[in-house]
Design a protein around this ligand. Structure first.
Ligand SMILES: [Zn+2]
Length: 284
C-alpha cells in the first residue's frame, strides 16, 4: 500500500509543475486536469455497492440475533463477520475514490472487497451446515422468490442524504429475506445476494482492466499532456516545422551513429513521420 501512495505523491508533484506550465484560463485548466485524473467516486451508482450495503446491514442484524454470549463468548465470529462485510463496503468506496489516479489500486481494492464477501459467505455457509441445514439450490422456490425482487439502480444526486434515502428504501424491500427472523431464511438470502454482488464486482473489474488495456491510466495521460504542452511551447519559441509533414519539431539527442550525442530536430509526429532537421538554435 505504501508504494502506490508515494508514487501518487510524486505524481502530485509533477502535477504542480504541469499546472504551472499551462497558459489557458483557470476553467480550462480544471477541465484538462479532470481529463488527466479521469473519472472517480461513482460507486453509489453501482449495483455492486448497493448489494454490499444491504449485505452489511443484514449481517449486523443477523449477528445481533444469532450469536449470543454463550455461543460466541469472545465475540470472535461476530467480529469477523461484521468486519468482512464492512471491509467489502469500505474497499469499494476506497477503490472508487482512487479510480482516477490508479486503475491498479482500484482493481486491487475491488478484489479485496470481493475476497471479503467470499469470506463472509463461508461463515453463512458454515452457520447453515452447523445447524443441519443445506443451503438453498439456485432454482429452489425460495431462491427464485428472492431473485424476483430487484434492486433499483441509483440515479439520484451523489450525496449522503439522497443515497441514504435510497438505501433505506431498498433495505425495506429486501427485509423479509435478508433480515428475516428465521436465521435459515436470512443466511440463505444473504448468501444469494453475496453471489450477486461478487458476480457484479467481477464484471466491473473485467471492464476496468479492458479500459486500462485500451486507454492506459494516469501515467500515460500525464505523459501525453506534458508532451502536448512541450510542443505548444516549442512552437511559440520559434522551433521549426517538419519538412515532410509540417508538424512542429522537437529537440532530440542522437543516441547512436556518427552524430551520437549531438542534438537534432525530430518531427513530433514520429514514428508516423520520420522527418528531421539539423539542429541550430533558430531551427534553420
Ligand atoms: Zn513530420
Amino acid at each position: 500500500m505504501v508504494q502506490p501512495v508515494s508514487r501518487l505523491m510524486s505524481c502530485i508533484h509533477c502535477f504542480a509543475s504541469l499546472v504551472s506550465c499551462l497558459t489557458p484560463s483557470p476553467k480550462h485548466k480544471v477541465l484538462l486536469m479532470t481529463e488527466i485524473i479521469g473519472a472517480y467516486g461513482g460507486y453509489r451508482r453501482t449495483m455492486s455497492f448497493g448489494f454490499t450495503c444491504l449485505i452489511y446491514h443484514a449481517t449486523e442484524i443477523f449477528c445481533q440475533r444469532n450469536y449470543s454470549y454463550q455461543n460466541d463468548a469472545l465475540g470472535k465470529t461476530v467480529g469477523q463477520m461484521i468486519g468482512a462485510a464492512r471491509s467489502a463496503r469500505q474497499n469499494i468506496v476506497e477503490g472508487s475514490s482512487r479510480a482516477g489516479t490508479s486503475k491498479e489500486t482500484e482493481l486491487r481494492l475491488y478484489d479485496v472487497a470481493k475476497g471479503s464477501l467470499e469470506e463472509l459467505a463461508g461463515d453463512y455457509e458454515a452457520f447453515l451446515v452447523g445447524h443441519g441445514e443445506i443451503p438453498w439450490a439456485e432454482n429452489s422456490p425460495q431462491a427464485l422468490a428472492l431473485l424476483s425482487l430487484t434492486l433499483d439502480r441509483y440515479t439520484g444526486p451523489l450525496t449522503r442524504h439522497d443515497y441514504g434515502e435510497y438505501i433505506v428504501k431498498m433495505r425495506n424491500r429486501f427485509t423479509s429475506f435478508l433480515e428475516a427472523e428465521n436465521p435459515v431464511v436470512a443466511a440463505n438470502s444473504i448468501l444469494i445476494v453475496i453471489d450477486q454482488a461478487c458476480k457484479l464486482l467481477h464484471r466491473q473489474m473485467a471492464g476496468i482492466a479492458e479500459t486500462f488495456r485500451e486507454e492506459g491510466g494516469f501515467s500515460e495521460r500525464m505523459s501525453k499532456a506534458r508532451l502536448e504542452i512541450r510542443d505548444t511551447q516549442a512552437v511559440s519559441q520559434g522551433v521549426p516545422n517538419c519538412p515532410k509533414c509540417g508538424k512542429p519539431m522537437r529537440k532530440m539527442v542522437a543516441h547512436k551513429g556518427r552524430n551520437a550525442g549531438n542534438p537534432f530536430w525530430s518531427c513530433t509526429g514520429y514514428p508516423v513521420c520520420n522527418g528531421t532537421r539539423n539542429f541550430t538554435k533558430e531551427g534553420n
